[in-house]
Design a protein around this ligand. Structure first.
Ligand SMILES: [Zn+2]
Ligand SMILES: [Zn+2]
Length: 579
């Protein structure tokens, strides 16, 4: 039975391809498919078991999407989607990941220069042909060339941003997890290590039943564009989004060795194998074995494998052979945070922000359901075009928050604001007005292309403003789509330490900002971090799981994440910055 995750992922693809067909991301149909994808993903009840009529009655679906879901459940595919896939292959879709190339530009490039992918575009740029396309010019040629090289796309090795890879992997693991005999289906490789982009997806399936049933289900999933390899326990497909997915089926007693092997990284595994060899053992995807006798030393769990090699279990996010093995040997790995350690969310929007989707009441109820001790409501400051809120609106919100505090007595509700950092480092409103708020996130939402010195000064100035507790999504990047602003990282970290301003780890999978490389660089400093969801609806409050993994990948210890602190410590720290 097709899962809600798979349905959501196909509706998401339908939205992206429809945007290309219609030459706009904003058309009615595109928005309807996006909303349907979000609704499908959030639903607990399986859509595949519901009648079309009942699906159409759910808020978030329309008649048209209900019809398509029914078609998908009945036939395993959606005719409209199949047609769009033919018209817009993955290579062509990849063009729209380049900043400045929306659906309209991609279509113009195809129409006038027969450009079908990034490689074609690079070639056209090299011969100066792009300036001939209506709406583009010499300046666009320069911007496109720079964007392609900064994003590192169009090279030999295609990489997929983590947000897209997670979506594909979730659909597949949910489907394979429901096959009889399967006790576990999980993505390994760079996705499990939580890299920002992945070359392919490795899925490990544990089954004590028939491995053929898993493989057969896998190659017949609707997401399959082409079967690349087909075997008894392993097979590989190319997904409709153009990413390769490898699936391997193992027995329960092989889980530990297999997951170490398929999680990698290569360098980490080379070092592990060397430790095995030093002891007269060998390590492969089946087991850790004694070479002389073939006796199995460990295989069932990762902990067993690491322990036998004289190591503490190493979290996957650290497995890059950059010092983690030495620390694991001494029992000195960093004390990393888990999702249960988080006691609050400090960047939350309501529908008062133009881009927020749920009212204050719902967002606070969502935070309370997660048993938070504190939460900050941070709608957009007035300087943000379209989505910003006025002083009057904030005053009204303050009154509403005061009323709702009684409803959520166990949770401290802070009224904050997501302030916009102007090119000179100043922020919205004025000091007098800002002193009436309890909390301030400050973020860059404009002027992404200033030079390094100006961007660095801009952030440092904002950090020193008493109204600013934390810098939101520090670099403003969108992974695989928009590079971050150019910053002197060491100077920014020094300013954070000096000012006492925290740096956010934004949980959106297409942001994960500040990046792990910066987090790692802050190791040993006094910089404080916050993991916040920047949620625009209650479902996004659940994105904490991603921020936690980003923090782990950046080696950030639990105690340096301020929202793991008890309420008393946290609130005293927050107030101190504002005085
Ligand atoms: Zn923002
Ligand atoms: Zn925000």
């Amino acid at each position: 039975m097709i899962t809600n995750g798979e349905i959501a992922s196909l509706l998401g693809e339908l939205a992206a391809l429809t945007a290309l067909a219609e030459g706009s991301n904003q058309s009615f149909r595109v928005r309807a498919y996006e909303r349907a994808a979000r609704t499908a993903e959030a639903m607990a009840e399986p859509l595949a078991a519901m009648a079309e009529r009942d699906i159409a009655a759910i808020r978030g679906f329309g008649k048209g999407t209900a019809r398509m879901i029914a078609e998908l459940v009945e036939t395993g595919s959606i005719t409209r989607l199949e047609r769009l896939r033919e018209a817009f292959p993955p290579e062509f879709v990849e063009l729209t990941r380049i900043p400045g190339v929306g659906p309209k530009t991609a279509l113009a490039l195809r129409e006038h220069l027969r450009i079908e992918g990034v490689a074609d575009l690079q070639e056209a740029l090299a011969r100066g042909a792009v300036r001939e396309v209506p709406g583009l010019g010499v300046k666009s040629e320069e911007n496109l060339s720079r964007a392609i090289s900064r994003l590192g796309i169009g090279g030999k090795e295609r990489r997929t941003p983590i947000a897209d890879a997670v979506r594909v992997a979730r659909g597949i693991t949910a489907a394979l997890g429901s096959v009889e005999g399967v006790t576990r289906a999980e993505a390994m490789g760079s996705l499990r290590r939580f890299r920002e982009s992945v070359g392919d997806i490795d899925v490990l399936v544990v089954s004590d039943g028939d491995p053929g049933a898993v493989v057969d289900r896998f190659v017949s999933l609707p997401v399959v564009r082409e079967v690349v390899a087909y075997g008894a326990r392993t097979s590989a497909i190319l997904s409709s989004a153009g990413i390769q997915v490898d699936v391997r089926v193992v027995r329960p007693d092989q889980l530990g060795a297999a997951s170490v092997y398929f999680t990698g990284s290569k360098a980490h595994n080379v070092a592990l194998r060397q430790r095995a060899l030093d002891r007269g053992w060998s390590l492969n995807e089946y087991a850790l074995t004694e070479q002389a006798t073939g006796r199995v030393i460990a295989s069932a769990s990762e902990e067993d494998v690491y322990r036998a090699l004289g190591l503490a279990w190493i979290p996957p996010e650290l497995r890059e052979d950059t010092g983690e093995l030495e620390l694991a040997e001494r029992g000195a790995l960093p004390d990393l945070a888990a999702e249960e350690d988080l006691r609050g969310d400090l960047h939350v929007h309501t529908d008062m922000s133009g881009d927020g989707r749920e009212p204050l009441e719902a967002m606070l109820a969502g935070a309370a359901a997660r048993r938070y001790e504190y939460v900050a409501i941070t709608d957009h400051g007035e300087d943000l075009v379209i989505n910003g809120v006025s002083r009057d609106e904030l005053a009204a919100q303050r009154a509403a928050i005061d009323r709702l505090r009684a409803v959520h007595a166990g949770m401290t509700v802070l009224q904050g604001c997501e302030l916009n950092i102007a090119p000179d480092g100043s922020i919205d409103y004025d000091a007098q007005f800002l002193s009436g708020l309890d909390w301030g996130v400050a973020s860059v939402h404009s002027h992404f292309d200033l030079d390094r010195r100006r961007q660095t000064d801009r952030i440092a100035t904002a950090m020193h403003d008493p109204a600013v507790n934390v810098i939101g999504h520090l670099t403003g990047r969108r992974i695989g789509r928009r590079p971050g602003i150019d910053l002197d990282v060491d100077a920014v970290l020094a300013a954070a330490e000096e000012s006492g301003c925290a740096i956010e780890i934004n949980c959106h999978l297409d942001r994960l900002d500040a990046p792990a490389s910066l987090l790692r660089r802050a190791r040993g400093s006094g910089v404080v971090f916050l993991i916040s969801t920047d949620a625009h609806d209650t479902r996004e409050l659940g994105n904490m799981c991603w921020g936690i993994r980003a923090a782990r990948r950046g080696w950030v210890e639990r105690d340096r994440i301020a929202n793991t602190w008890p309420a008393e410590r946290f609130l005293a720290w927050a107030a101190a910055k504002r005085s």
